[in-house]
Design a protein around this ligand. Structure first.
Ligand code: F6P
Ligand code: MN
Length: 446
């Protein structure tokens, strides 16, 4: 039996098992199952019958649950009757870091590093703002030879902006006075580098316990058209007893599962500049005050809605997506509504901007496998894993379609991985489509 036929049988079987489940199951009739990130959600079998998931009033009510129905707890605190915070009451990032890093031994030494990273983000913000007016535009040129510099490891011609922002992030992680970081890996560089190498001086972090990974300027093509761009980063503790090679670092410190990350964050340079950070206990958002150049905690304890009506995929590639992803998107569009709201598509083309939109409003972001990019386009270390940690910490999920992104053990620092991020119900549903439709359909379909 072909997979399509098998699938329709499963759908029919599911709906015949749960005739009433198709549209209005009661909460108690749904057996609870655990999502791969540990969140309890209703069993999918009750939702795979046509229309049952997307029109399910249970999900509308879940979308309305006060804890997760809105963006940030600044909003949820308003729902709970607390007065919104006045500007003078907003905590600065510096204070937040001092308190949070002091509270948690595993990150105690990272406050100055993260403050340095936030300063680099402010500088990148200014550079992005000045890209069109100052001499920061165009391909990077070697200052000695005057020749255009080589392509980066991704095969892209490096732009002046890429080089500048990469340098700022390298120095932010390596140059902090606490010497917490011993080595860094950047999307712009072919290999990791020790901080002694970055700073040109052995004193810098020969003893640091952590390594950092980052994408200094994500979506940089957007700058041409004044659209949003971002910076993404993650920090890992080096494993116990790891031996550093002559380069001053061990590759094993970088090739760790995302579950080992101690901190992750991104900065979005858009209508406002927002730094979103997790230190392993919730997600917090800080908006840059453009006059004072201070990050203020405008979004404490951010929670992604459990289910959302937005999808964010590059649909021009849809004919190259795998069958589970194609089916999922078709079903979503057919249904018209999710959680009581009209299904809508949003795609900026910069991961940070698209994921931030999903975090705030709920739904799903995806960069699946395509013909050109069989593992998708996003890099596990610099993009997918930090974003997955943020999503999970905000009550959402990050999946490859077959399992949790944070469980993937990288084999190479520039490895790519199919990436789906967003509301727990949406991502779980897509995983169910992968289970039912399988992955080898490309072979027997065409
Ligand atoms: O870093 C990769 C990236 O620039 C992401 O920021 C963005 O989401 C994606 O590529 C856009 O790719 P495409 O143009 O193929 O949709
Ligand atoms: Mn990127």
């Amino acid at each position: 039996m072909g997979k399509r036929a098998l699938c329709s049988c499963l759908v029919i079987a599911a709906s015949s098992l749960h005739p009433s489940a198709a549209f209005a199951p009661s909460t108690s009739s749904l057996p609870a199952v655990k999502h791969h990130n540990g969140a309890a959600i209703p069993a999918a079998s009750t939702r795979l019958s046509a229309g049952s998931f997307y029109d399910d009033p249970l999900l509308s009510s879940s979308a309305n649950r006060s804890s997760n129905s809105n963006t940030a707890s600044s909003q949820s605190s308003q729902q709970q009757g607390a007065a919104p915070l006045k500007k003078k009451d907003l905590r600065t990032l510096q204070r937040f870091l001092e308190v949070e890093c002091w509270k948690s031994p595993s990150i105690r030494n990272l406050d100055r590093t993260l403050l340095g990273v936030s300063d680099a983000c402010k500088q990148i913000n200014r550079i992005v703002q000045r890209a069109q007016t100052d001499d920061l535009y165009g391909a990077a040129v070697d200052p000695v030879t005057g020749q255009q510099v080589d392509e980066n490891v991704q095969g892209e011609v490096q732009q002046q902006l890429d080089v500048l922002c990469n340098t700022l992030m390298l120095r932010a992680f390596c140059g902090a006075s606490n010497n917490a970081i011993c080595a860094v890996a950047s999307e712009e560089e072919p290999l990791p580098r020790s901080c002694a190498d970055v700073m040109g001086y052995d004193m810098f972090s020969t003893a640091g316990e952590y390594v950092a990974v980052f994408d200094p300027i994500d979506g940089s093509k957007n700058i041409d058209s004044s659209l949003p761009v971002g910076t993404v980063f993650g920090i890992y503790k080096s494993p116990e007893g790891v031996k550093r090679g002559d380069e001053g670092y061990s590759l094993d410190s970088f090739l760790q599962r995302g579950t080992k990350m101690v901190a992750a964050g991104y900065c979005l340079y858009s209508a406002t500049t927002v730094l979103v950070l997790t230190l392993g206990s919730g997600v917090h958002g800080f908006t840059l005050d453009p006059d004072k150049q201070t990050f203020l905690q405008t979004h404490p304890n951010m929670r992604i809605p459990d289910v959302g009506c937005l999808y964010s995929f590059n649909e021009a590639n849809s004919r190259e997506f795998t069958e589970p992803v194609q089916q999922y998107l078709e079903k979503m569009k057919e249904s018209g509504k999710i959680g009581g709201k009209k299904v809508s598509s949003r795609y900026v083309g910069a991961l940070v901007a698209d994921v931030h939109n999903i975090l705030i409003n709920g739904g799903i972001y995806g960069y699946p496998s395509t013909r050109d990019n069989p593992n998708g386009k996003l890099r596990l270390l610099y993009e997918s894993a930090p974003m997955a940690m943020i999503m999970e910490q905000a009550g959402g999920a990050g999946s490859t379609g077959h399992g949790r992104i944070l469980d993937v053990l990288p084999r190479a620092i520039h490895e790519r991985v199919p990436t789906f991020l967003g509301s727990v119900e949406n991502v779980f549903e897509l995983d169910q489509f992968h289970k039912y439709y399988g992955e080898d359909d490309d072979d027997d379909d065409e």
